[in-house]
Ligand binder design. Structure first.
Ligand code: UDP
Ligand code: MG
Length: 247
């Protein structure tokens, strides 16, 4: 199996995350490779990642030429993934590696093709992020029909799901929604978001807002219909005014 970890400025954290992931993979008794995708980090993450991959053949390192964002890092990892399944998770230990053996068990013994870890709560965050997330998820649910509240990017995907993912030629991906859109036999497991050990969230409110607009316009055609409706309303309005002017 492959474990994909997007990394952006996680130099201080990545070593211990990889250690913990490795321990849990070994506990699950499966052969694995860990794919670390450096998303154009500006600290010494790449040095750490190279060191890790030089010392361990089961670790593959990918380096982006600049910061393309987490979604792109996940895509690059999924492109390189091999084996019978893959796991996508964060580098900052907010996705507990101790869940890995359980996720593998659900896939291997019970035949689930997607195992999604769902947050029991959103953890500590600013009120603006909490408020923004509430609006975003309720809009996405109403317009696109996807209930992704408390969903996370911590997921196990069967190789079939990865093949389906690869066959879609999306440019602006939203992993959380796209991995729901493809379907397959799925199960959700709860997890408590651990507070970030080191550093702070790499997402600015602006970056998150961009992702939100992108997700809503990708999963709902309502914004397009609004343009049509506005066009029709303007047409009716101008016809009325034209008649009034002629009279
Ligand atoms: N990340 C990334 N590129 C970015 C921002 C974040 O690859 O531009 C990675 C980051 O290193 C971490 C994961 O995505 O492994 C989640 O990021 P973060 O913890 O900052 O987000 P949050 O937990 O606040 O959602
Ligand atoms: Mg985090």
């Amino acid at each position: 199996m492959s474990v994909i970890i997007p990394v952006y400025n996680e130099a201080k954290q990545i070593g211990s995350t990889v250690r913990s992931v490795t321990e849990n993979l070994k506990a699950a008794e499966c052969s694995y490779k860990i794919i670390l995708v450096d998303d154009g980090s500006r600290d010494s993450s790449w040095e750490q990642i190279s060191l890790l991959s030089n010392n361990d053949h089961d670790i593959t390192a990918i380096k982006f030429s600049r910061n393309f964002g987490k979604e792109s890092a996940i895509c690059a990892g999924l492109e390189r993934a091999s084996g019978d399944c893959c796991i996508v998770m964060d580098a900052d230990m907010q996705h507990p590696p101790s869940l890995i053996p359980g996720m593998i068990r659900l896939w291997r013994d019970e035949g689930f093709e997607v195992v999604e870890a769902k947050k029991t709560s959103r953890g500590k965050e600013s009120w603006i992020n909490k408020f923004g997330a509430a609006i975003f998820y309720s809009l996405l649910k109403r317009l696109g029909g996807y209930d992704l509240k408390n969903a996370s990017d911590f997921k196990l995907l069967d190789a079939k799901v990865v093949t389906a993912w690869r066959s879609m030629s999306e440019h602006n991906t939203f992993f959380r929604a796209m991995s729901a859109w493809v379907g397959f036999r799925r199960i959700t497991i709860p997890f408590e978001v651990a507070p970030r050990d080191i550093g702070k969230s790499r997402w600015s409110f602006l970056k998150l807002s961009g992702l939100a607009v992108n997700a809503i316009t990708s999963y709902s055609s309502l914004p397009l219909h609004i343009v049509t409706i506005l066009g029709v309303l303007l047409l009716i309005g101008s016809l009325i005014i034209a008649v009034q002017t002629l009279v």
